[in-house]
Design a protein around this ligand. Structure first.
Ligand code: NAD
Ligand code: ZN
Length: 252
């Protein structure tokens, strides 16, 4: 079966079986703090150290985690589709580590391994432990508060995680990349996996013209009533099965 154009939209649910907690529900809490209270510019302004501690712990958790069969199935699908775009809300790197190339991927909420200046456009990506971050970049780059917070080596601003917080705008270049893909025509398959789809733009992109809209999520979401097929199962089980049903059980 030939699958030409495929849009895949993923959320925290696809990484759940890799051991990375989703946001909503009890698992998303950190030290009894609601992520909605931590992932905001106001929280960072009030207590940057606390917010960095949370992100550093999450970085560690993600580094220790491995991609699961659902991430791998998307790589498989990408190899068979003529034109696939993955839009992920996840800031983890599990799609990347499963082997999906960056040109097929838009991390619409950013990348947890990026340090970005809160004052200028300076940013860099690290996969290293924070203690190992390229020391040359940090020469003299301790924040004036005299603590362990990183300071921008260009403007002296406070470095922050390169993610989109509540109340912040999406990166217009990333929106353009998604719109550009969608403007080239209807999709043969739109696959929505592991997201509550609470953001208007996710619901919008998910429901653009498609020959086949499939949702994989154990729970109901705003996408569910639009989906031609709703698979109420965990992604690591349902997604590999769906892909092998589509292409025959060639497996990996
Ligand atoms: P979410 O946590 O809101 O929802 C996860 C979804 O995955 C749920 O619908 C759940 O039913 C489903 N799910 C759980 N286990 C699954 C499995 N094994 N297989 C398939 N589905 C499964 O995650 P979301 O929808 O990605 O949230 C949207 C965005 O909200 C996030 O990307 C994030 O940007 C933002 N957010 C960010 C923070 C932050 O810390 N920056 C905090 C809260 C929310
Ligand atoms: Zn700066």
């Amino acid at each position: 079966m030939e699958i030409m154009r495929v849009l895949v939209i993923t959320g925290a649910g696809i990484s759940a079986e890799s051991g990375i907690p989703t946001f909503r529900g009890k698992d998303g809490y950190w030290r009894n703090l609601d992520p909605m209270q931590l992932a905001t510019p106001e929280a960072f302004a009030r207590n940057p150290r606390l917010v960095w501690e949370w992100y550093n712990e999450r970085r560690e958790k993600i580094r220790a985690a491995q991609p699961n069969p659902a991430h791998e199935a998307i790589v498989d699908l990408a190899a068979r589709a003529r034109d696939l775009l993955l839009v992920t809300q996840n800031v983890d790197d599990l799609h990347l580590r499963a082997g999906l190339t960056p040109d097929k991927m838009v991390q619409i909420h950013g990348d947890i391994f990026v340090n970005r200046c809160s004052g200028c456009a300076n940013e860099w990506r690290t996969n290293l432990g924070d203690a190992d971050i390229d020391q040359s970049r940090l020469a003299g780059a301790r924040h004036s508060m005299g603590d362990d917070l990183l300071e921008c080596d260009r403007c002296g601003g406070l470095m922050r995680p390169g993610v989109v917080w509540f109340g912040e705008m999406l990166d217009p270049r990333k929106i353009d990349a998604v719109e550009e893909y969608l403007s080239r025509g209807d999709t043969d398959l739109t696959l929505v996996v592991g997201t509550t789809a609470l953001f208007g733009y996710i619901l919008d992109w998910a429901t653009r013209p498609s020959k086949r809209l499939v949702e994989i999520n154990p729970e109901m979401t705003p996408i569910s009533r639009f989906a031609a097929e709703k698979i109420s199962e965990p992604a690591a089980k349902a997604l590999p099965r769906l892909i092998s049903e589509m292409f025959g059980a060639t497996g990996k």
